[in-house]
Design a protein around this ligand. Sequence first.
Ligand SMILES: C[S@@+](CC[C@H](N)C(=O)[O-])C[C@H]1O[C@@H](n2cnc3c(N)ncnc32)[C@H](O)[C@@H]1O
Length: 277
Amino acid sequence: MQPGLGRGGRRRAESLVRRVLGLAGLRPSDRLGQHFIIDDRAVGEFLKPITRAAEGGLREALEIGPGAGSITLPAAGVLDRIVAVELDRRLASALSTLAPPSVAVVVGDGLKYAAVSRAPLVYSNTPFNLSPAIVEALASNNRVSAAVLGVQYEVARRMVARPGSRDYSRLSVLVSLVFEAELTGVVKPQAYYPRPQVLTAVVVVRRLRRWRSLYSVAMELAGCAFTQRNKKASKVLRRCLEAAGCTPPRWLETLGDARVWMLEPWDFVRLAEACRG
Ligand SMILES: C[S@@+](CC[C@H](N)C(=O)[O-])C[C@H]1O[C@@H](n2cnc3c(N)ncnc32)[C@H](O)[C@@H]1O
């Protein structure tokens, strides 16, 4: 038994993780964000929204970072087809010996797959350092209708934040431009082997609007503006627009004393439109 995996076989996820890590001869890597779910209730936090999505007709999925398969194998029971992309070759090879035929375990960078996948559903208990990049890739891939994502709790708060709140950020703007997002559950560190330092939140996103090329410019401007979130928006935006080679529109002055953290997501789209002329 791996150190820290707990006693007895009362958890299905726990015995699966033990088996796959044994097969792979692997010690979890911090660099790859390898924390594996060993608690069946935590698996349920992902499986419930995945099942709802499947019942709603999203029956093919991309999984990013299946690890030891704690979510993959139960999800295979409710989905018709899963492509599970894992960066760690040893894990992928061990998991593929246990996965049913409806699951294709692929070695690769899940981030690249997120941007081009044709599957309508994506799920991932994400490597935390990649979460915002995964959200960004999914937003720009119009084929993805919904995603179930485990992210660091603070990132989840930023994903669902509205203008005016402390957590409102570039990521909030991105999510609200294309998705409806809901924080549906929380997974504690003790549900993992090894334990991470942070809480995981499960966030379900559903596409509201198609990604438009204009949003890339809007997000560039939002990224620039949120480096000075407490400053006067008109001043900061003027500087950001000029840096992007755009002429600031006259209506910037109507923002008055509003600060960057008060801007609505659509303000950035209007600016991008003005930028395109
Ligand atoms: C937090 S663990 C989650 C593992 C499993 N899904 C679970 O919930 O128990 C993240 C997994 O993503 C894998 N990973 C890290 N970077 C990746 C990348 N760029 N593409 C695909 N998988 C990646 C890690 O090897 C690890 O298996």
